[in-house]
Design a protein around this ligand. Structure first.
Ligand code: UDX
Length: 437
């Protein structure tokens, strides 16, 4: 394979995992971040995020001399043919996307540009951003060097990022001219995945459209869960039956207490805003948001219907991350559950295998919130136990012991981890999502 010299600006999930995987397949990678602490940590072999498999991959590629970290954009632009922009695009209060980091990096690249470079938008950005990046670089590049801007959105899932990047379903490459196509195809050749070459606007829309569709799929399952409860049906059976139709598939059809994370909520709001600015009122996606918010309300109502008064009740919560396999708590449904229970005066015992450190900023330890060292210790003395994140190890909970140590045997399961019949046989009052008790 042809080794390409690559610079990645931004060492968040997408930047760090992309850079590491590019190095793993043989490219020469420089990761740039303006945060000196982050760069120092990475240079010492530490990683700022929990991502299965990432730490050893970084260490192996740093040792092989294919991966390095620096604060200097100038260095990155000087010694790489392809420069990826992978900086945050955070949501604004009105749901639109804050592109100030993108614009800042574009101007910084422009100031160091002296010879032809391919500049790649890896961050999730609204349609027409590539055009604005090109216009910005033209305006601020004093050397008038030639360049191409490419849109190359990322589809990795947190917690499965290395797997998703090393074995992608597809590579999307949006270009404004044919000049960068060969180099981009060579760069991605080692991943052996279908490559779509299209225009930049279509490439940018693929990302928001795909994420919004996945969120829609989850909200469809969550809407079904409400109907199943009313009909005495089992949403897991319904979605299993649906999913065997190859046109539907079973993935992202698991009913839950609602989706969260740093992508779906943000990308949905952004896509609604983008569509509105383009003159389309995307009411379907507004309904996806409404169903998701409603699902959280319904989940908490299961608790209040069962416990009646929440004030001074001792409630165990298993899970704080927004999903399994990550320590990320941004827009986590589990954190929202805890915050709403604290507001009602409940006293919480909480545990998460990875996310407890990051959770403390949003859910400070105190008289109402105790962080517990093991999952088995959470139910002690509790009036109810809430399952909030789909960590597989929670299914290993010793239910007989749990029944014995709880004050009242009430389990409210937001992730359908347990079997209703077995829970009833063990003497629990068990409520879950879309499945009759
Ligand atoms: C998502 C997209 O999957 C990924 O392709 C994109 O690049 C970034 O956004 P991520 O936010 O990491 O990835 O998490 P994801 O695995 O999609 O889960 C999002 C939320 O949906 C989580 O809260 C998860 O618990 C929830 N979920 C997922 C469900 O409630 N039901 C499901 O069936 C699947």
């Amino acid at each position: 394979m042809k080794s390409t010299r690559i610079t990645i600006i931004g060492t968040g999930y997408v930047g760090l995992v992309s850079g590491t995987c590019f190095a793993e397949v043989g490219h020469q990678v420089t990761c740039v971040d303006k945060d000196p602490q982050k760069i120092a940590l990475l240079q010492k072999g530490g990683i700022p995020i929990y991502e299965p498999g990432l730490e050893e991959l970084i260490q192996r590629n740093v040792a092989a001399g294919r991966l390095r970290f620096t604060e200097s954009t100038a260095e990155g632009v000087a010694n790489s043919e392809v420069i990826f922009i992978a900086v945050p695009t955070p949501p604004q209060p009105d749901g639109s996307v804050d592109l100030s980091f993108i614009e800042g990096v574009a101007r910084e690249i422009a100031s160091h540009l002296t010879t032809y470079r391919i500049i790649v938008d890896k961050s999730t950005v609204p349609v027409k951003t590539a055009e604005k990046v090109a216009e910005t670089i033209r305006r601020y590049c004093k050397s008038k060097a030639e360049f191409d801007v490419v849109s190359n959105p990322e589809f990795l899932r947190e917690g499965f990022a290395v797997e998703d990047l090393m074995k992608p379903d597809r590579i999307v490459i949006g270009v404004g001219s044919q000049r960068p196509v060969t180099a981009m195809k060579e760069l991605y050749e080692p991943f052996q995945a279908p490559i779509i070459v299209t225009d930049t606007n279509s490439a940018e829309l693929i990302k928001h459209a795909a994420n919004s569709f996945l969120a829609l799929k989850i909200s469809y399952a969550n809407a079904l869960s409400v109907i199943c409860e009313a009909a005495g049906a089992n949403v897991q059976e319904v979605t299993r039956g649906m999913g065997l139709d190859a046109r539907i598939g079973t993935r992202f059809l698991q009913a839950s207490l609602g989706f969260g994370g740093s992508c779906f909520p943000k990308d949905l709001s952004a896509f609604i805003q983008i569509s509105s600015q383009l003159g389309y009122d995307f009411r379907l996606l507004k309904e996806v948001q409404r169903i998701n918010a409603d699902q959280m309300d319904r989940f908490l109502k299961k608790l209040t219907d069962t416990l009646w008064v929440l004030k001074d009740k001792r409630i165990g919560v298993l899970g704080l991350a927004f999903k399994q396999n990550t320590d990320d708590v941004r827009t986590s449904p589990a954190i929202e559950v805890c915050q709403r229970l604290v507001k009602e005066g409940a006293i919480l015992r909480v545990y998460d295998p990875q996310a407890m450190d990051k959770a403390k900023a949003l859910l400070p330890p105190g008289p109402q919130v105790e962080y517990v060292a093991t999952q088995d210790a959470v139910p002690e003395g509790c009036d109810a136990l809430v399952i909030a994140t789909e960590w597989p190890q929670f299914t290993q909970l010793d239910l007989t012991q749990t029944r014995r140590v709880m004050n009242t045997p009430i389990v409210i399961d937001g992730r359908n981890l347990f079997d209703p019949e077995e829970m009833e046989r063990l003497g629990f009052i068990y409520k879950s999502i879309g499945r009759a008790a």
